[in-house]
Design a binder for this molecule. Structure first.
Ligand code: PLP
Length: 343
């Protein structure tokens, strides 16, 4: 199978497995796991933040962030197709008791003027605005990068109003590698950041949130409440460290493969995509005649996996476990499905 459903399907490397076996461990609920502490220091340093916290998943990272920032009944400004809105099972409403003020973004991000307009005035009728969330790269916008200048201008508006900015940076390192701008420069225009170790970086489990020391302590309390206090968690921190040391620069290969895939698709009848808009490792294409679910079912029978993204949209994600040759094979199978399915 050539699995283009997600970069979460990546298997850990041999070096990660060795690091897991050899990891020095302690009880992390007591703060005594040296490997977890090393990972957290490493991420804080990479993102230019005071402190960091290992969490079980990206969803838990975003949710402890919302919980540590926002009182119940307050409002979170967020792009309408953000992961936090679309894919976290309503957690922010169920757990933090916040409501979303969703903005329609361009390539995944609203502009500073839209954000300024959405911030609530001090009025007894209004929910107070407690947080602005951004997502870089943006999954549903096809791996789009929020430009640094846009992040800066939103951050300025947020700071003028004393509202924190949280970045869902599940794929922040994809943005960093694609632009050549270090992750810490993007992080400089945020108060808190969540990064995923288990996407293109290929670690088996885990995410890290980073931010001010006092805020991380609040996030730690929320993580415990959510059942995320993990004991000898160095077992998962160890491959996370290897991921950050060995898997970041190679994301460029995934980006090149995604562009190659998009160019191949663009040349086919029956499917639409502008390859110039493929900036990182996610390719979202629109089918002209077939339903996405029918397309992905037929493609699976030919040994290629992809995810339906809406009725007529399909998503392909490149990662370390698909090679250029795999992408070439996938293109042949896609062409065959489109040919058979188009009439
Ligand atoms: C995958 C992802 C998450 C959540 O990660 P999980 O570990 O699957 O909970 C959050 N945000 C974005 C943009 C993602 O792509």
């Amino acid at each position: 199978m050539i699995d283009l459903r997600s970069d979460t399907v990546t298997q850990p490397t041999e070096e990660m497995r060795r690091a897991m076996a050899a990891a020095e461990l302690g009880d992390d609920v007591y703060g005594e796991d040296p490997t977890v502490n090393r990972l957290q220091e490493m991420v804080a340093e990479m993102l230019g933040k005071e402190d960091a916290l290992l969490v079980t998943s990206g969803t838990q990272g975003n949710q402890v962030s919302i919980l540590a920032h926002c009182p119940p009944g307050s409002e979170v400004i967020v792009e309408e197709e953000a992961h936090i809105v679309y894919y976290e099972a309503g957690a922010a409403a169920a757990l933090a008791g916040v409501q979303f003020r969703t903005l329609k973004g361009e390539r995944g991000a609203p502009d500073a003027a839209q954000v300024r307009e959405a911030i609530r005035a001090d009025n007894i009728h209004f929910p107070p605005t407690s947080l602005i969330c951004l997502e870089n790269t943006h999954n549903r916008a096809g791996g789009a990068i929020i430009p640094l200048e846009k992040m800066e201008s939103i951050y300025q508006v947020a700071c003028e109003h004393g509202i924190p900015v949280h970045l869902d940076g599940a794929r922040l390192f994809n943005a960093a590698v694609a632009t050549g701008i270090p992750a810490r420069k993007f992080a400089a225009f945020t108060h808190t950041v969540q990064i995923c170790l288990s996407k293109g970086l290929a670690a088996p489990v885990g995410s890290v949130v980073a931010g001010p020391r006092e805020w991380i302590e609040r996030a730690r309390r929320w993580r415990k409440r959510l059942g995320g206090g993990m004991r000898h968690a160095g077992i998962i921190a160890a491959p996370g460290i290897v991921a950050l040391q060995t898997m970041v620069e190679r994301l460029a290969e995934d980006h090149a493969n995604a562009r190659f895939l998009a160019e191949g698709l663009a040349a086919m009848p029956g499917i639409e995509i502008d390859p110039r808009l493929v900036e990182t490792n996610i390719v979202v294409a629109t089918l002209k005649k077939m339903k996405a679910a029918d397309f992905t079912r037929a493609l699976r029978e030919r040994g290629v996996l992809a995810n339906p993204f809406s009725s007529y949209k399909v998503r392909f994600v490149t990662h370390k476990d698909v090679s250029r040759v795999d992408v070439e094979k996938a293109l042949k199978e896609i062409a065959a499905v489109l040919k058979n399915g188009g009439h």
